[in-house]
Design a binder for this molecule. Structure first.
Ligand code: ASP
Length: 363
């Protein structure tokens, strides 16, 4: 517990987040290798198929009725919060929330560490969003040192990581690149759909945690190429560039989406993360170079995948919303299934869901 996490290697950090060789805490995108990503995508696909049938939805709903989740979201959130509550509901898991530290005993001088310790006595899982990088990881380590340790899921940690968004993003990419146009693909996520594909990340990449986490995941797919398209002041961090280089992944830095859009198989748009400005410094940046306009669709590839973690400002012209290549609403729904898959894996009930799927869908 007294360990200084910054001194540990990534391998050591990720090992401390597992139990019995299984996922326990979900904190860093580096915890997920290709096999685990594939298993989670497959499970998400099965859960959504099972949930479509009344008896299947009822079965899922019995799985975690004996557990309780706490959503400790001390940073604004609508989508991720609701996505997790919906995922809990799919699995029949009751949940409660703390969204405002000013209504907790922190106003009486309790430390956040103690608040989380107390919460962990009432609940079986804590999903947290926190403005401080490293907070969720520190809480996971604190849990490891407790007699009754419960899993922590990181629902967004400062400017650093958002691993569950990255998982739903890779699930969306997998679905769109492997099975364009299919609403119910076979749950087979073993082929690599990224070989020879170019994914462009556009916008505020320095402070956009979703991009950072997704870049880690994409490094598991040989043959992928990443474009990072941003104003030089908002370009992706050196730590991510070094990681990509170490993994021999092809990448390029650009500063105008118009010059690259025709080469992209997927484009991942992001908003300006100006809540992190200290003095409004990003206001001077011309963000127009990092927006998709309606006229650009002339240059789009036929099966371009247009993504956005939302909320959107002006990064994507609203007239593109009805273009079949716009996948940002699908991302939202995919997120609910992926988060249900993640919670199911954490509680070791994945095998029961897989059995149920096969007994119903085996022909
Ligand atoms: N919703 C995403 C996040 O929490 C993206 C954003 O806020 O721009 O990081």
């Amino acid at each position: 517990m007294a360990e200084d996490l910054s001194q540990l290697s990534t391998a050591h950090r990720t090992a401390l987040l597992s139990r019995d060789d299984r996922l326990f805490h979900v904190i860093l995108a580096q915890q997920f290798d290709r096999e685990l990503i594939q298993d989670l995508c497959r499970l998400a696909e099965m859960i959504r198929a099972v949930a479509e049938v009344r008896s299947g939805a009822q079965f899922l709903n019995t799985l975690l009725g004996h557990k309780r989740a706490m959503l400790y979201f001390i940073q604004p959130s609508t989508r991720t919060f609701l996505s997790f509550t919906a995922a809990c509901q799919v699995l029949g898991m009751p949940y409660n929330e703390v969204r405002n530290a000013s209504t907790s005993s922190e106003v009486k001088g309790e430390t956040e560490d103690d608040t989380v310790r107390v919460l962990s006595q009432y609940f079986d899982l804590i999903i947290m969003r926190h403005p401080e990088e490293g907070f969720a990881e520190r809480m996971a380590h604190m849990q490891n040192a407790m007699r009754r340790a419960i899993p922590i899921i990181n629902g967004g940690s400062g400017k650093d990581q958002h691993p569950t968004q990255a998982l739903l993003d890779i699930y969306t990419l997998h679905r769109c690149l492997t099975h364009p146009g299919e609403s119910r693909p076979k749950p087979d996520y073993s082929p690599n759909p990224f070989d020879g594909k170019t994914i462009a990340f556009v916008g505020d990449l320095k402070r956009g945690r979703t991009v950072r986490s997704l870049a880690y995941l994409l490094c598991h797919y040989p043959g992928v190429k990443m474009f990072f398209v941003s104003h030089p002041d908002l370009q992706i961090g050196d730590d991510i560039v070094e990681y990509i280089q170490r993994n021999d992944v092809n990448f390029e830095l650009h500063d105008d989406v118009r010059t690259v859009i025709g080469d992209c198989d997927a484009v991942y748009m992001t908003r300006l993360q100006d809540e992190w400005d200290s003095q409004g410094e990003s206001k001077a940046i011309d963000y127009g170079k990092y927006c998709l306009t309606y006229d650009m669709r002339e240059k789009f590839k036929k099966d371009l995948v247009i993504m956005h973690p939302l909320p959107r400002r002006q990064e994507i012209d609203k007239r593109l919303d009805n273009d079949s290549r716009a996948k940002y609403w699908d991302q939202v729904r995919n997120g609910m299934w992926m988060r249900a898959a993640l919670i199911a894996t954490t509680f070791n009930i994945d095998a029961r869901i897989i059995d149920h799927y096969h007994s119903y869908y085996a022909h």
